[in-house]
Design a protein around this ligand. Structure first.
Ligand SMILES: NC(=O)C1=CN([C@@H]2O[C@H](COP(=O)(O)OP(=O)(O)OC[C@H]3O[C@@H](n4cnc5c(N)ncnc54)[C@H](O)[C@@H]3O)[C@@H](O)[C@H]2O)C=CC1
Ligand SMILES: O=C(O)[C@H]1O[C@H](OP(=O)(O)OP(=O)(O)OC[C@H]2O[C@@H](n3ccc(=O)[nH]c3=O)[C@H](O)[C@@H]2O)[C@H](O)[C@@H](O)[C@@H]1O
Length: 435
């Protein structure tokens, strides 16, 4: 199939490269010329394992990028993979989605030889229920187009994680097709047929309504975020009792009804989506007159975990004027993404205490330097630790597990681990956040 994807960021580029790898002809459309040039040169605009290879193989060939919305005219369907950031009140800012939908409509309306089949516009981004219906379809129609004749809309939320996006996209637990027209369902089935054939296991397809599909995405993300907050709550109780929360989690994870995943307690959840999506669905629910108590508590608990980490550090070191190492800046390992990383509240707390911060991350340093140009960045964990009077671990990068002799070079070997990643215990003052 010929496919266009508007927005060539984390999701758009990953989906595009994977669809090209599965045999589709894909063009991404982005307003950022650097991103477009990068993709066409066969380079990935983002750090994501496996993506460099796919873009190198298909970039400039079956995978192209452009700034020109008219490219969608040669395609059968267009996915909107545009940002849906938070407004100050937590609701989602739809300006990028609406701008993209309007541009798609204008391109379709300006076609000299209008296609006979309606063009399918798929909402890939995460949007609250009824957004596609109430806010996006009307923007497409604004160009003088008729829904059902000139265009169709659908929701096909994406469940990939950063750091494993390529593998997740190619082997999803499920595909969700939210449609109100059989022609849209048929196009989505055709789009994903090669993926389902190539996947390691059977991939269930959930065919549902558009608003249901939009809500499934929020239910999925907020359920997982709440699961982590719940294990953090349990972990905080464990710490009070001197109980190892990881042994507890391993045991409860054996119960199929609980499941072993997302039971790693620690400094909490960050990233571009859990915080944003939780806030967005809480704001949307409140607008309807419902106040989601559990989700609000999950957010509150998550906000407290970095404070608990720093308070454990305070128990051992007065950090004012002392060199303190922050190990890990990305919101999770495998990515250079620092959006809503727990490292930010940790750095803020250390700054408030007057600490001299030295930070290290294998890939996210440059992104963090833009946000905090004034702190010191080390080029290795060992360099960050050398001479430090304390260290906090914020991201569970594998390389931190093996740190050993580097702790002996600290001025005072106090290590507060927010991710249960450090293996060394002997000869250092080690505090786990929930163990
Ligand atoms: N990052 C992730 O792992 C996941 C994100 N999502 C959702 O997918 C959506 C997109 O997220 P990301 O890919 O992370 O965003 P992103 O910020 O990485 O990428 C968005 C891209 O859209 C481009 N753009 C902005 N306005 C445009 C316009 N009018 N026309 C063309 N291009 C434009 C930007 O230049 C940027 O390259 C969000 O709703 C997010 O919640 C869903 C699942 C996973
Ligand atoms: O909508 C999205 O963008 C994506 O959000 C999450 O993916 P992602 O944020 O990339 O990463 P996760 O692996 O879910 O981790 C999120 C945060 O939770 C934290 N986490 C995760 C698991 C755990 O057991 N403990 C824990 O603290 C991680 O450190 C990280 O800060 C979801 O897992 C994806 O399904 C979804 O598509």
């Amino acid at each position: 199939m010929n496919v266009s994807i508007v927005g060539s960021g984390y999701v758009g580029t990953t989906v595009a490269a994977c669809l090209a790898d599965l045999g589709h002809e894909v063009v991404t459309i982005d307003i950022d010329e650097d991103i477009v040039d990068t993709v066409n040169d066969g380079r990935s605009p983002i750090h994501e394992p496996g993506l460099d290879e796919l873009v190198a193989e298909h970039g400039g060939g079956r995978l192209r990028a452009s700034t020109d919305y008219d490219e969608i005219l040669d395609t059968e369907l267009t996915m909107l993979a545009l940002p849906t950031p938070s407004n100050d009140d937590g609701s989602i800012d739809l300006q990028f989605m609406e701008a993209g939908a309007a541009s798609v409509g204008e391109a379709l309306a300006g076609a000299e030889n209008a296609a006979t089949d309606p063009h399918l516009v798929v909402t890939k981004s995460t949007v609250v229920p009824n957004t596609t219906e109430d806010r996006l379809a009307p923007r497409i129609a604004d160009a003088g187009l008729e829904r059902g004749t000139d265009f169709l809309v659908a929701s096909n939320p994406e469940f990939q994680r950063e750091g494993t996006a390529v593998a997740d996209f190619l082997n999803p637990d499920k595909l969700v097709f939210g449609t109100d027209d059989d022609r849209a369902t048929a196009l989505l089935n055709e789009l994903y047929e090669p993926l389902r054939e190539a996947a390691d296991d059977d991939v269930p397809v959930v065919e549902t309504g558009i608003a249901e599909a939009e809500m499934i995405k929020y239910a999925n993300n907020t359920f997982l975020a709440t699961k982590v907050s719940l294990i953090n709550d349990i972990g905080n109780i464990c710490k009070e009792f001197g109980v190892d929360a990881y042994e507890v989690a391993d045991a409860i994870g054996l119960d199929d009804r609980i499941g072993e995943q997302f039971l790693r307690s620690g400094v909490g959840w960050g990233g571009s989506c859990f915080p944003k999506d939780t806030d967005a669905i809480i704001a949307a629910a409140r607008e309807q007159g419902y106040d989601p108590a559990v989700l609000s508590a999950a957010v509150e608990l998550n906000d407290d975990q970095p404070k608990r980490l720093l308070s454990l550090l305070d128990d051992h070191v007065d950090v004012s004027g002392k060199r303190i190492a922050v190990l890990g800046l990305a919101f999770k390992p495998g990515t250079d993404d620092i959006r809503n990383t727990r490292a930010v509240p940790v750095i803020e707390g250390l700054k408030e205490r007057g600490a001299e911060i030295v930070a290290y991350d294998p890939v996210a340093t440059e992104n963090m330097r833009e946000r905090y140009p004034d702190i010191e960045y080390a080029d290795s964990a060992a360099t960050a630790l050398a001479g430090a009077s304390g260290a906090v671990v914020v991201t569970d990068w594998d390389e931190f597990a093996a740190l050993d002799a580097a702790f002996d070079e600290m001025a005072d070997s106090v290590v507060v681990d927010g991710r249960r990643i450090i293996e060394r215990r002997d000869g250092i003052t080690y505090e786990g956040l929930t163990w």
